[in-house]
Design a protein around this ligand. Sequence first.
Ligand code: PFF
Ligand code: NA
Length: 448
Amino acid sequence: MQEKTSIQGSWASRWIFILAATGSAVGLGNIWKFPYITGENGGGAFVLVYLACILLVGIPIMMSEVFIGRRARKNPVHALEDNAEESETTRAWGLIGVMGMLSGVLIFSFYSVVAGWVLHYIKAMATGELAGATSEQAGAAFNALLADPMTLLGWHTLFTIMTIIVVARGVNKGLETATRIMMPALFVLLLVLFGYAMTTSGFAAGWHFMFDFDFSKITWDSVLVALGHSFFTLSLGMGTIMAYGSYMPKKASIGSTVLAIGALDTLVALVAGLCIFPVIFANGMDPAAGPGLMFISLPVAFGQMPGGQFFGFLFFVLVGVAAWTSAISLMEPTVAYLVERFKMGRWKASIVLGAAVWALGIACLGSFSFMSDVTLFGKTTFDFLDYITANIMMPLGGILTAIFAGWYVKSQFSKEELNISEKFYAFWRFSIRFIAPIAIAVVFYLNL
Ligand code: PFF
Ligand code: NA
């Protein structure tokens, strides 16, 4: 029998799938957000809670998304509907996919703005604009950038176009080619930067900050942040991994594949922390500086170190590459849906979607200047979209996916697709039916 494949194409091998999904997972979440939330939440204890969330909630949900996508070999909406129909339950489960596409659009609009800052910093590092800057000067430079909508618009537009071009070229020529080039580059850059961090005088301090588990520092608040971040960092709860799973080769085991993706994403987050904190400590700066850690503290720190200008440049290139491969994956579910549902070509679908997220992105970049007065629930557009996607929409997509995969999809199907050992299957099933939904429900309850 001919193996069923998606009309979008399929990954050349299991390794390409691992790297493509890792490309989606590894992004601003790992290099920008993880270090600063670790800094804000006291270091080691937070890292430990985060690892538990990845293992007990993130991995089981990722396995579910992959098998749902692979079983149907369609975009997330149709994949959920097909799985539901096969399990003799309502096709309304497809609505998880609809909400997921919406999450993708909303995330893209602010993600692209932050990616635009990164592009600006690649340029700033290359031209040496921030060489020798004090933290006041670097802070002022960052604020001046935020207050300059035309510059931000230029970078946001460039980043959106870069993303559209890759997505439009399709799964094999676009996504897969980008994966083959960018992922090895990303790992090499990370290793070079890690080697550099190890030579700085702050390495031991950075290491202790991240890995000394001081349990007294664990608070409910940090647990909430850790769980929310485990969704964001693994690209879960919005159909991305489902779409990527629908292009996965049939033979490959979902269990070990997903473990590899989770491990790589976690490794990059930890290594990114070990690149950033030593540089921060070597310069006696504050690890809890918040979102500005990467854009203010880091350039200052790099600016004072031998070779810092060059390594600072490499650092922002690394972040830019990581953000690019993630942005591509934010568009994929919707583009696949537009192609399969409305018979649009990929170029048309990518441009239509790209134009929509680009327009919404203008409200996000304006949040720091001409739209700073426009607020929803007391938040600017940028903060509001960041908040509702990471704290509400992704966990909601996650809990619904868990309930669907654990309670509604016939166990015969999940068993068949996951194709893992008895013990691993028992772990998956227990986590997806109980641990994940209960953990997410508790977080929701405490968030309200
Ligand atoms: N996982 C990405 C990161 O950590 O930066 C963010 C992301 C990408 C979220 C793609 C969701 C997604 F679909
Ligand atoms: Na990530």
